[in-house]
Write a protein that binds this ligand. Structure first.
Ligand SMILES: [Zn+2]
Length: 150
């Protein structure tokens, strides 16, 4: 007697799931609108009512899209490099000068590298100002940007 009860429940459940009809989607309303003059349903894309002929959409949006985009491109490139050119003479590699000073500073190699022939000869004959000038130049070169300009 009790055997049939589960079957009945299963049938009712299957019926319930089958009866759950998805909600109707009013798709016809998505593509239509109502004329604000005559009240008739017209296509949403219509600019002029198909029933009364009155204009229902502003033409501004379409007209604005068709206008050419005028960019006032007065970008005067005044980035002249005069200032940088005035500062520098010859660009010198910081590390080339540093290692020349470190190993050959006592003969003024870094001074010759910088084109300073006079002080280079002075370093050459005085042993890099008695090694004091070399020592000072090492830290001076370290504090310079790379490249630096002589
Ligand atoms: Zn109309």
């Amino acid at each position: 007697m009790d055997i049939n009860k589960p079957d009945i429940n299963a049938q009712t459940q299957s019926v319930n799931t089958a009866q759950s009809i998805p909600a109707q989607q009013p798709q016809f309303q998505q593509n239509t609108k109502f004329c604000k003059h005559c009240g008739q349903s017209i296509p949403s894309a219509a600019v002029i009512c198909t029933h009364c002929g009155c204009q229902v959409e502003d033409m501004h949006s379409g007209a604005a899209a068709n206008q050419p985009i005028i960019i006032n491109n007065n970008n005067n490139n005044n980035n002249n490099m005069v200032g940088v050119g005035m500062v520098g003479g010859n660009p010198k590699n910081k590390w080339v000068s540093f290692f020349l000073c470190l190993f050959l500073g006592v003969v003024g190699a870094h001074k010759f590298y910088e084109g300073k022939i006079g002080s280079g000869l002075l370093y050459l004959f005085t042993g890099g100002l008695f090694a004091i000038g070399v020592f000072v130049d090492l830290f001076t070169i370290l504090n310079k940007p790379n490249p630096y300009y002589v």
